[in-house]
Design a protein. Structure first.
Length: 104
């Protein structure tokens, strides 16, 4: 039994993602360009249909900004893309915070 709107095959999921134009790769490219991100890891958590993403974003532009300010910066950079998807969950770190996390 399928859920309304859910892709039943990988081919269908790819077609839906291609229709919306939102992919992990396109989000990564935009974040690297607009936020000078040194590391971006985006996971499509929607089963491949391109409607829900979680992200780890590392950028020097996050320095001296609280979580809300970091999310606003990301959301501003991805305004068009976020309007076209269902769910977006970013985690934002500075390069120093990222290095500390990798070392622990």
């Amino acid at each position: 039994m399928s859920t309304a709107g859910a892709a039943e095959t990988d081919t269908e999921a790819a077609a839906v993602a291609n229709t919306s134009g939102i992919t992990a790769q396109s989000l990564t490219a935009t974040l690297k360009e607009k936020l000078e991100a040194s590391h971006v890891d985006i996971n499509d958590i929607s089963g491949g249909c391109g409607q829900a993403f979680e992200a780890m974003i590392v950028s020097p532009l996050f320095a001296k900004k609280n979580t809300l300010a970091r999310h606003r910066l990301v959301n501003s950079a991805l305004r068009t893309e976020i309007a076209a998807i269902h769910a977006w969950t970013p985690k934002c770190m500075t390069p120093e915070e990222w290095e500390q996390k990798q070392g622990s």
